[in-house]
Ligand binder design. Sequence first.
Ligand SMILES: Cc1ncc(COP(=O)(O)O)c(C=O)c1O
Length: 399
Amino acid sequence: MSRRAGRHFLQIPGPTNVPDRILRAIDFPTMDHRGPEFAVLGKEVLEGLKRVFKTKGPVVIYPASGTGAWEAALVNALSPGDKVLMYETGHFATLWQKMAQRLGLAPEFIAGDWRAGADPDAIEKRLRADKLGEIRAVCVVHNETSTGVTSRVAEVRKAIDAANHPALYLVDTISSLGSIDYRHDEWGVDVTIGGSQKGLMLPPGLSFNAVSQKALAAARKARLPRSFWDWQDMIASNKDGYFPYTPATNLLYGLREALKMLEEEGLDNVFARHQRHAEATRRAVRGWGLEIVAKNPAEYSASLTAALMPEGHNADRLRKIILEKFDLSLGTGLTKLAGRVFRIGHLGDFNDLALLGTLAGVEMGLELAGVPVQREGLRFAMQCLVEAHSAAHDKRAAA
Ligand SMILES: Cc1ncc(COP(=O)(O)O)c(C=O)c1O
């Protein structure tokens, strides 16, 4: 393949574009992970992550992709044959449910149509019916990356409380952490699962478990076999800034820089930026006359938007044309949605003009692919950004 000039547009919903500052931070000689300098780094990233998860409890860091942190959450908290209540929000919720089955758990999967988040009422009803308290955990994916639909995590917590049920609450924030507001402690989550390659702007390779005191207590009795994933060994070493086995040192340099960048911008500003880009993207999709997968506006994702293709048009053909002509990667439709949707990632290190470049690529690609759309997407998105900036300007002037 010949060289392509300019920067590739990596607009899949993760891995996301890694900013130069983070690339430079990673490009530094690996240090002795048992030496004194490492302990400073270890403590700094472990503390910084707590602020991102919004927890005072421990956060465990694994040298693994997000799938590893899913497994860690299950094997630390649960025992063979335990019932877990899961919700079919899409491809990733389905993969997590399959993992639970393989690990010897007994997942009960509430069926969904892949266009809505976990329904707090359905969860409450199921938990109320569980008179013997057999369900040991409720597992929800905060941001279903295959559909661009979020689940209302705080409302699911209320549903668990309303049913007065003792189940642990496990939440996957792999594609929402650092992009969409999330509060581990306030929302009463027991294990939050995160990953490095999305809102945290890092390459793939790190994943996380934020762990509540209740989950730690459950782990002391839980009997699924575990070794590499064991929280106890991690937390014991982490107290002094170290890890029980060789950590991904260079990714931790990157993590330190990522945490600095999120704090310099301010988490609330980061979330507002993601919302602005998500709203502009939805307006663009509507401007093309296409439908968004997410049905309920309260569940729209701020980190990605999935758009449905018109009947008779294949999303992967569109993606191929866009990649070939404009060097722009979009997310593919996964399993049930294969060929039917394309996903625009607007998370991580991203700004207004990068979004407009992305949307321009999609709009031109739709035309080149012969998809019958209106050419209003980019214009609507620009209008949306102008409105957002002038509203913010007016608000500052009034203050
Ligand atoms: C919501 C969600 N959960 C889990 C995963 C699996 O993570 P990984 O591919 O890093 O193992 C992903 C990956 O994209 C995801 O988006």
